[in-house]
Ligand binder design. Sequence first.
Ligand code: NAD
Ligand code: UDP
Length: 315
Amino acid sequence: MKRILITGGAGFIGSHLCERLVNEGNDVICLDNFFTGSKDNIRHLLASNRFELVRHDVTKEFFAEVDQIYNLACPASPVHYQYNPIKTIKTSVIGTLNMLGLAKRCKATILQASTSEVYGEPQIHPQVESYWGNVNPIGIRSCYDEGKRCAETFVSDYHRQNGVDTRIIRIFNTYGPNMAENDGRVISNFIVQALTGEDITIYGDGSQTRSFCYVSDLVEGMIKMMNNPQKFVGPVNLGNPSERTIKNLAELVIELTNSNSKIIYKPLPSDDPTQRRPDITVAKRELGWEPKVDIREGLTKTIEYFEKKLCEENK
Ligand code: NAD
Ligand code: UDP
């Protein structure tokens, strides 16, 4: 049994992580300011005496005695992280600094949720961890991309300078139940549009690619990385290497929902990466990890989740 702090624990990925770690018998503190997260995601855990919910903003100091910290606090959808870009970069940079300070004092292991966005518009495909990326420092995605890059630097320097036990994971597009309906990310948008009969909005011509990982696979990788016996610090890519175009994803969602929705095309936002696929050789070698859930199975579970949610809302 460990005392585990999960920042951003009421969000999409955080809520799955909270559930898994509580079920494994750990004492879990879920810290969240509910900017994009929701109490609904963790409501079922509130009855457990191994689970504690704290409303707090990571940009402010936080004190607790813990053994492990998963630092996930940060809006992840472009719509949400661009809503207040200054707050986004503060959350990544100051939030991570606060959590590193806590890890240092408690001698806790800290895992930083970084992102494939550190590769920007990648000129190497698939993306390997040794690639330094191609990131616009002044664009509309920079608050997120550069915030996460700076957080990686902080984590690396706390490790080198202060001997803090750190881990960096670079998460590639992940999806599943508990994504917010208004999240703005492609999978939740397409499913909600398909289920409500609205037009499916493809940005650009839909030829851009992404590689989608189901959330249970990601959570397994995160826990393996946190607890890896050789204390491999990373960074490590965690994602599903099965790559597809956004157009193909739209067609798949229409097929699986049996929807009559039509595809429409909208302008591509600036700096939207053209292609993205993780090279997961390092994760396989260091963690013995690779994703297991195929896109049809993962999408079916996610569609069931949104069907239920939309149905409850219409009651
Ligand atoms: P999410 O938006 O559902 O979750 C983020 C959580 O952080 C929310 O609960 C939100 O309320 C909370 N939060 C935001 N700012 C905060 C602050 N200042 N203080 C306290 N809590 C705050 O997104 P997610 O998809 O669950 O992402 C979780 C983490 O994983 C993020 O750090 C994100 O950058 C990273 N990540 C996710 C993906 C993905 O595809 N889902 C990909 C790459 C990286
Ligand atoms: N996208 C789209 N329609 C939508 C939402 C997103 O075509 O309704 C596109 C978006 O432009 C991007 C891809 O889908 O090319 C993935 O977008 P998302 O916001 O999910 O993640 P990210 O761009 O951060 O990978």
